[in-house]
Design a binder for this molecule. Structure first.
Ligand code: FES
Length: 370
């Protein structure tokens, strides 16, 4: 077996690890319990650098490195994943000669990515769209929050329910309402901030937890819906906090455009219902439109219904009765649904294969070109 000297032993003190160059690739070196071991540095999941991973002790005191991107674990001495997993990272032989750490040019055992019997994310991974050239699936997302045991009337949610009823009764749409407060989902954990490739599709969190509540949003929004109508209250001049919690998790959709030039949202329209006792309808609409534009949605004309009673209206108990009686609201809900449905019917005529995302190259970033 051929060995290549990589770094002096003194550069890898006991209880440390790091990745170093080995020809055209990199090797993660570990120095624990007096033993030096070497694994391929690129995690077999999505390529996270194991040299920047975390050391964990599992299985009767065995040491593992946990990938810094999503936590896949590999035994330092064997490269094997823990428990019953068959996955394995490539393991290299190591010897120390003349004070240098020398690593074999070929692995002692190759990396192995096991086929798992069932893949609960297969429909998302394979983008098994349920939309067709003639489908009209309208998804309502209510982002208002409330105590499940003490429900209260919600202006935004009532208008959303009316919109879905109109879509079904007047246009023959299939409809579905998702109330975000009923989904148990994790906050975005910011894997993107470590590396753009660490924010994956399906979402890294979904991959780790098939029961995460956002999976219902991904399936309904990406695979099922032709149109989305999102309803939010105005909270201190912004959309609801549940909306933002969801929006951060939708980074996985937008990031596919960034890293793979892959547009997941095609031929879909979105419109909004924005209501509040006090104001800033336009500010909220601006934020929602800007975000959903970046996901690939198309907007019908006049794509938001806004309603508020102004800064001085502190008599919140009167909001719902007034909203409920408003002829403007009733008329606007019909217009919103009509415009949204008609746009969906038109954009389905477009050739989606020709869709282009206006994506800058990384070299065009101002901060990098200075
Ligand atoms: S766990 Fe290593 S890249 Fe995902």
């Amino acid at each position: 077996m051929q060995y290549t000297p990589l770094i002096p032993l003194s550069d890898l003190p006991e209880n440390t690890h790091k990745s170093v160059k080995h020809g055209t690739r990199k090797i993660a070196l570990f120095h624990y319990e007096g033993i030096i071991s070497a694994l391929d540095h690129a995690c077999i999941h999505k390529g996270g650098d194991l040299g920047e991973g975390f050391i964990q002790i599992l299985d009767a005191g065995e040491r593992y490195v946990a990938c810094p991107w999503h936590g896949w674990q590999y035994n330092l001495k064997t490269g094997q994943a823990p428990h019953d997993f068959k996955d394995r990272q490539a393991l290299y032989d190591v010897m120390v000669q003349d004070g240098m750490i020398c690593v074999s040019d070929k692995p002692l055992s190759d990396a192995f990515r096991a086929e798992h019997e069932s893949d609960p994310m297969a429909d998302l991974r394979n983008l098994e769209y349920q939309t067709t050239a003639t489908s009209l699936n309208v998804l309502g997302i209510s982002t208002t929050n409330m105590n499940r045991d003490l429900p209260r009337p919600s202006t935004s949610e009532s208008a959303l329910q009316s919109a879905l009823d109109i879509a079904a009764s007047q246009f023959g749409a299939q409809t579905k309402m998702i109330k975000l407060r009923e989904l148990n989902f994790r906050h975005c954990e910011g894997y993107y901030s470590r590396h753009e490739e660490a924010c994956t599709w399906p979402c890294s969190i979904s991959d780790m937890d098939a029961n995460d509540g956002m999976n219902e949003i991904y399936r309904s929004m990406v695979l099922w819906a032709d149109a989305v109508i999102l309803a939010t209250p105005i909270r201190w001049g912004n959309a609801s906090s549940l909306y933002y919690k969801m929006a951060e998790r939708l980074n996985t959709i937008q990031n596919q455009i960034t890293i793979h030039d892959k547009v997941l949202i095609k031929h879909k329209a979105v419109s909004f219902i924005i209501t509040g006792g006090q104001d800033n309808v336009q500010g909220v609409a601006g934020q929602l439109n800007s975000f959903f534009a970046d996901l690939g949605f198309t907007f019908p004309p006049f794509n938001y219904l806004g309603w508020s009673r102004g800064w001085l209206a502190e008599d919140m108990e009167n909001n719902y009765p007034r909203f409920f009686k408003s002829r403007y609201v009733k008329r606007s809900v019909v217009d919103l649904v009509t415009n949204t449905v008609k746009l969906v019917q038109q954009i389905k005529q477009m050739d989606a294969s020709q869709l282009q995302a206006p994506k800058p190259e990384i070299t065009e970033a101002e901060s990098l070109s200075e």
